[in-house]
Design a protein around this ligand. Structure first.
Ligand code: 13P
Length: 255
């Protein structure tokens, strides 16, 4: 059975002390909440990974993710961080292919495929982001765009490797805009993604792949989105920066 997951992508926010305080607040607020079946992933900046891991390592149901990794294993790449280094901090997951990386850092699907390969080699589980922009949605190209991203970045993987992945559908027009996909739009796309995985890898793998929704997900809309058959949780940006909002989203599963 696929996992229910709520992941908080802090992006470039929070000093180390602010971040650790937020983690303490999230842990306290979930200790007696009905969220035991939900895997809670925290994705702070690189500088905070080891300290956040230290805080959550004895608390069940929590894990840490990096927000990016480099596409080469090591060497003269000043300022970059490798999958092996990330794994050595106790981190288990890594977000790859976020639209902000694609947009601001020019990351292509072929580069992202290299990142995915190295992450898996170093025992990190990729949370791989796909999604169309506003223009592509308006002109009805969203299914083709997502299909191409899956094909070019992920469909070279062997079935055992693919089955480790988490997919996040994040329509670019919904990220940080306050405009959320409707539950109808989210379910439509998640179902399409699962059907493409089914075509390539078969029913068992497609049914067991967790597909998260991301883009202006908040305490008001999470319950309706998470109730969709093919939505297995959320990748949360802005609302993951406040413990009360993040925990309320986590608890949307249990309501
Ligand atoms: P917002 O929740 O702020 O829209 O961000 C979503 C996101 O990009 C998560 O990775």
């Amino acid at each position: 059975m696929r996992k229910k997951i709520v992941a908080g992508n802090w992006k470039m926010n929070k000093s180390l002390s602010q971040g650790l305080q937020l983690v303490d607040e999230i842990i306290a607020a979930t200790s007696d909440s009905p969220s035991n079946s939900v895997l809670k992933i925290i994705a702070p900046p690189f500088t905070h990974l080891a300290s956040v891991h230290e805080k959550i390592k004895t608390i069940s149901g929590f894990s840490v993710a990096a927000q990016n990794c480099h596409h080469m294993s090591n060497g003269a790449y000043t300022g970059e961080v490798s999958s092996e280094m990330i794994h050595s901090t106790g981190t288990s997951y890594v977000i790859i292919g976020h639209s902000e990386r694609r947009q601001y850092f020019g990351e292509s699907d072929s580069l992202l495929a290299q990142k995915v390969n190295l992450a898996l080699t170093n025992n990190l589980i990729p949370i791989f982001c796909i999604g169309e922009n506003g223009e592509e949605r308006k002109t009805n190209q969203h299914l083709e765009v997502v299909k191409k991203q899956l094909k070019e970045a992920l469909f070279h993987l062997s079935p055992p490797d693919f089955s480790k992945l988490i997919i996040a559908y994040e329509p670019v027009w919904a990220i940080g805009t306050g405009v959320t996909a409707t539950s109808h739009q989210a379910q439509g796309m998640h179902n399409y993604i699962r059907s493409e995985i089914n075509k390539k890898y078969g029913k068992e793998i497609s049914e067991n792949t967790s597909i998260l929704y991301g883009g202006s997900c908040n305490p008001q809309n999470a319950q309706e989105l998470f109730a969709c058959l093919d939505v297995d949780g959320g990748l949360i940006g802005g609302a993951s920066l406040k413990a009360a909002d993040f925990v309320s989203i986590i608890n949307s599963f249990a309501n």
